[in-house]
Design a protein around this ligand. Structure first.
Ligand SMILES: Cc1cc2nc3c(=O)[nH]c(=O)nc-3n(C[C@H](O)[C@H](O)[C@H](O)COP(=O)(O)OP(=O)(O)OC[C@H]3O[C@@H](n4cnc5c(N)ncnc54)[C@H](O)[C@@H]3O)c2cc1C
Length: 409
């Protein structure tokens, strides 16, 4: 079977690349082993959070950083395409690349963000809190949302929180077993007719407050329940991130996947690319775990298999490896150098990844593979946690590589 481009990994980076190539007419396939970082999504995408202005923040990044390979001006131009692209998928974000705003973490602290889902609570760039008094609600028995931390964080910023729990008989079944009381199960229950009932319960506390804040436990399959709930609640309703799994992240992943398929893309879920078939300096095809001897061929390939978290990189006694193609990796030889003892320090292993040239071509034994590109968190020389750059690197490298492939076709 022959494609224009085959993408290994169906997380944020692989999906954005697949959508961009498909909407320009390419025949694409994504092979994705399983869950991605989106299942842990905070509700906000980060571009570069070292300073208020991403453009200034990017100036601090090393020359080897993926944004530098794209070119900082080009990276910022690509960033302008992202909000409209998500809107096309049916997902609306607020924010812009000129100035970061603030997201509220599950621990109640503020972190810089580039784009935040429209329905989420956020604080403007100037840091001035948009509310004086809020109702901070949780679902009774839901342990992955800690109102005490959030209330303390908001109180420090002068926001009074009225903390209340909501119970609904329909959720009692989940409460019998605490492991069932997870965000995704709550979202599966709180849908359809129950949205009206939930709104009525929320409205009992939506009096004399500027806004209502509650955990993101609505809208697993699509936006409709979120929109209906917001319409039915008497005060502005904003969601806050829970501990994983992330309901909006899973929704985003599903909506991106559906959009890719609607554009004609083939998404092979639950299959793992196990090896490549090379012809000289080119990758001719890939073999997957589920498809035995079938070799999937394409003109170009994109490796978007993520970092250690998604097994795009693995480490063993011999060092750090890229497990599919055996690509060259930027890492440190001595294992003790991988970590810092203080867990709050930037950990060196987080910037390990596949080594690429300026065109994002990885190499094998020092030899670039001319029709293979790497994008997203499998790349070396970026540190998503320290820089606040995770989603930005995933999306902008995907768009840049898609542009390159289209230009060269
Ligand atoms: C837990 C976590 C939470 C994060 N939250 C945020 C956030 O809220 N905001 C933000 O800006 N950044 C966040 N980041 C940074 C994150 O890295 C990026 O935002 C981004 O989602 C990474 O996308 P990716 O596509 O590069 O990799 P991933 O999301 O890791 O996706 C890689 C995909 O490749 C698949 N795969 C791997 N190997 C193979 C194979 N051999 N064959 C087939 N498929 C394969 C995996 O199953 C996975 O689906 C987070 C990172 C982590 C680890």
């Amino acid at each position: 079977m022959k494609f224009d481009t085959i993408i290994i990994g169906g997380g944020l980076s692989g999906l954005i690349a697949g959508i961009e190539l498909s909407r320009k007419g390419q025949k694409c396939m994504i092979v994705s082993a399983g869950q991605s970082a989106l299942h842990f999504f905070s509700g906000s995408l980060e571009l570069c959070g070292l300073e208020d202005e991403p453009a200034k923040a990017m100036e601090q990044l090393p020359q080897s950083h993926p944004y530098r390979k794209i070119g900082l001006d080009t990276a910022l131009t690509l960033a302008e395409r992202v909000k409209p692209l998500f809107a096309e998928v049916g997902v609306n974000f607020k924010g812009n690349a000129e100035r970061n705003h603030w997201r509220i973490t599950p621990l109640g602290v503020l972190k810089r963000a580039w784009l935040t889902l429209d329905e989420y609570a956020s604080v403007p760039s100037d840091g001035l809190m948009p509310w004086k008094k809020v109702a901070l609600l949780n679902i009774d028995g839901f342990l992955d949302f800690h109102t005490s931390y959030i209330a303390a964080g908001l109180a420090e910023r002068g926001v009074e929180c009225v903390v209340k729990g909501i119970s609904m008989p329909e959720l009692e079944r989940l409460r019998h077993n605490p492991t069932e009381m997870r965000s995704t199960n709550i979202a599966k229950t709180l849908t359809g007719e129950l949205i009206g009932k939930l709104a009525a319960r929320i409205n009992e506390y939506a009096k004399d407050v500027d806004a209502v804040l509650m955990p993101a436990v609505v809208g697993l399959a699509g936006n409709a329940d979120v929109v209906r709930l917001k319409e039915k609640v008497d005060r502005p309703l904003h969601f806050l991130a829970t501990l994983p799994p992330s309901v909006p992240g899973i929704r985003l992943q599903m909506m991106l996947k559906r959009h890719f398929q609607k554009l004609g893309g083939v998404y092979m879920l639950g299959d793992t690319v196990r090896e490549g078939v090379f012809e000289g300096d080119r990758l001719a095809g890939i073999m997957t775990v589920n498809h035995g001897d079938t070799c999937f061929k394409a003109d170009n390939f994109i490796l978007a298999s993520g970092s250690f978290f998604s097994k795009g990189l693995v480490s063993d006694i011999n060092g750090v490896r890229e497990p599919v193609f055996g690509l060259d990796v930027d890492s440190l030889d001595e294992r003790p150098q991988w970590y810092r003892k203080d867990m709050f320090e930037a950990q060196p292993y987080m910037s390990f990844g596949v080594a690429t040239d300026v065109g994002f071509h990885p190499s094998r034994n020092g030899q670039p593979v001319e029709n293979l590109y790497a994008t997203g968190s499998v790349l070396s020389n970026c540190h998503p946690m320290k820089e606040g750059s995770g989603a930005g690197v995933a999306i902008l490298t995907a768009l840049h590589v898609a542009d390159t492939i289209l230009k060269n076709q």
